[in-house]
Design a protein around this ligand. Structure first.
Ligand SMILES: [Zn+2]
Length: 410
């Protein structure tokens, strides 16, 4: 599918280009910028007044845990295991267990798509992900090595820290593990343990990092590791989150993750709002909006070892999000966005989700769509989210409301 967006404002963490064009050929961006042109007749879509961002990359979730509401009667917790015990004994967990796993996974995909997330890192062993990752509404990061976490009570995911990290180095893929998520003795020494085991490098992506010490931060900076910041999940479960300002000052690549809605944010919008509020309250100054954009685009692509992602530029993968908002202040439009502001989501060069003004575009491209109301706003979507919601409600035998999927028929 070859087409172009005309007169759009391209926004990256570093720059804003007004009156630009984005030419899409197949799954790639053939050309992007003010002078982008191609000697070919193309379907041309006028995108004046719209802001084009790279598709957002969410670096931490557990898609099989996509359900609602949050669980946590005994907060704040000592570590993830205490929370997990409460989760497994909660009535809402029993309710969730009635739903087909493939449907939970799909709900996770739609939760992200409605927010402009085009790729997500689902922290789960490969053999589980592979059962569900096909035909998802968004892309699931598939190339990674992993451990669950760095303690003796970690789940037995992956082939062990040394082996998985070595594989990551060999293949230039991320080695991802939960780290420093809690305050027991083993958890607070997670980074030292990884260091001793030779598993700190530019491949290393540490999720949470709540209990990081100054020495840990030095080690992460020296070894060019990445940290996934999940403020909503951390503040909910532990009333604390990663020392994000210190990490940033030391030059550590910090990226964002929403985690699953049973401990984390309802959606990316809440994650951004809480990230901003937390930073302002904890440090007495604002986190730059540009930096939050970097955490979901270029920074995330670097952490996930996806060099073709996270930018709107020639030869990059055509994953894009169009928002409405003031072209003079595109970064505030980004951090303040909500469901109504997401105008078009393109994945692999193909429109996937949009507001109603894009109906003619979907029709011209022969893309089938379902008409839905998202938080009361008219949208179209290539997929069957209404059928999915029906199946979920049939499984739990009542009209379940899911805050992360505020979808109704239109
Ligand atoms: Zn997690």
């Amino acid at each position: 599918m070859n087409w172009e967006m005309k007169n759009v404002t391209i926004v990256s963490p570093e720059s804003v280009q007004n009156r630009a064009n984005v030419i899409i050929k197949g799954k790639k961006i053939a050309a992007a910028g003010r002078n982008a042109k191609i000697d070919e007749e193309l379907l041309s879509i006028d995108c004046s007044d719209l802001l084009a961002f790279p598709g957002f990359i969410d670096c931490h979730d557990h898609l099989l845990g996509t359900y609602w509401p949050r669980v946590g009667d005994r907060r704040p917790y000592l570590n993830w295991l205490e929370w997990d015990n409460d989760l497994k004994s909660a009535p809402v967990y029993a309710e969730r267990q009635q739903i087909d796993s493939a449907d939970l996974y799909q709900m996770g995909g739609y939760r992200h798509l409605l927010c402009g997330v085009t790729s997500v890192q689902d922290h789960i062993p490969h053999f589980v992900r592979e059962l569900f990752a096909k035909n998802m509404p968004i892309k699931i990061v598939s190339q990674f090595a992993m451990a669950h976490s760095v303690t003796s009570f970690a789940l037995a995911w992956g082939d062990g820290i040394e082996k998985e990290h070595a594989l990551a180095v060999q293949r230039n893929i991320p080695f991802i593990t939960h780290c420093s998520e809690g305050f027991d003795t083993e958890t607070i020494h997670s980074v030292e343990t990884l260091h001793k085991r030779g598993a700190l490098s530019k491949q290393t992506v540490l999720v949470h990092g709540i209990a990081l010490s100054d020495h840990d931060i030095e080690l992460l900076a020296e070894n060019a590791c990445h940290v996934v910041w999940c403020p909503v999940s951390n503040l909910y479960m532990f009333s604390r989150t990663a020392p994000v300002k210190k990490l940033l000052e030391k030059g550590v690549n910090v990226v964002l993750g929403t985690d699953s809605p049973m401990s984390g944010s309802v959606n990316l919008f809440e994650e951004l709002t809480v990230a901003k509020e937390y930073y302002a309250e904890a440090y007495g100054k604002d986190i730059p909006d540009k930096l939050l954009l970097q955490m979901l685009t270029t920074g995330a692509a670097k952490a996930m070892c996806l060099p073709d992602y996270g930018e709107i530029a020639d030869n990059k993968v055509a994953d894009l999000v169009l928002l409405d908002g003031d072209p003079q202040d595109p970064y505030s439009a980004f951090t303040g966005m909500n469901y109504e502001n997401i105008k078009l989501v393109v994945i692999d060069g193909r429109p996937k989700y949009a507001s109603e003004e894009f109906i003619s575009v979907f029709e011209a491209m022969n893309i089938p769509f379902q008409k839905i109301l998202v938080n009361g706003h008219r949208k179209i979507l290539d997929g069957d989210v209404l059928g999915l919601l029906d199946r979920v409600r049939q499984a739990v035998k009542f009209r379940k409301q899911l805050d992360f999927l505020p979808v109704e028929p239109w």
